[in-house]
Unconditional design. Structure first.
Length: 172
């Protein structure tokens, strides 16, 4: 039975990857919680390996209107950066929460990675800007994320530092 569950899970993961990489340029309403959960599944191995705890507070009724796969790409990019920021930290945690804000949905992703250094916080959405070794990062992830949310979906993507770490806000 355990093997059947694993095979089923692996087949679903492969299906999720294929769906994620297939661009569908049709705006649609989609479940925010479903996209958050699928994004966490896609990077689940990294979260597990790095022993990062994730806490999700997203109302299952929240629907976002836009490009589902691209929105998922944005989440994966932000979450991947958060796992990188948490690498050598004691409190390895990412909190994801959502609320309605004037008819739009605000999704916040906050890590406990100590925040973005103030001298670079204004540059992180610029193309080719990276703090990582070139073998790891191209500096395009957050730039593409901002383009998807702001140009593609008419929303807003921003970041602020909190006492604990960085908090990314996506409003669509």
């Amino acid at each position: 039975h355990h093997i059947d569950v694993n095979i089923s899970y692996m087949a679903q993961t492969i299906e999720d990857f294929l769906t994620y990489f297939k661009p569908r340029k049709i705006k649609e309403s989609f479940s925010l919680l479903e996209v958050v959960n699928k994004s966490l599944l896609i990077i689940g191995h990294t979260l597990y390996k790095e022993e990062i705890k994730t806490v999700v507070h997203v109302n299952e009724m929240y629907e976002v209107y836009g490009y589902k796969n691209e929105y998922m790409q944005v989440l994966i990019s932000i979450l991947t950066n958060a796992t990188y920021a948490l690498k050598d930290k004691d409190e390895k945690m990412i909190e994801i929460s959502a609320k309605k804000d004037d008819g739009a949905i605000l999704l916040e992703i906050e890590d406990r990675g100590g925040g973005v250094p103030l001298e670079i916080i204004d540059k992180i959405f610029e193309p080719y800007f990276t703090t990582k070794n070139q073998s790891i990062g191209t500096g395009m992830g957050l730039y593409i994320a901002k383009m998807i949310i702001e140009k593609g979906m008419g929303g807003h993507l921003s970041v602020v530092n909190t006492e604990k770490g960085a908090k990314f806000s996506i409003i669509v």
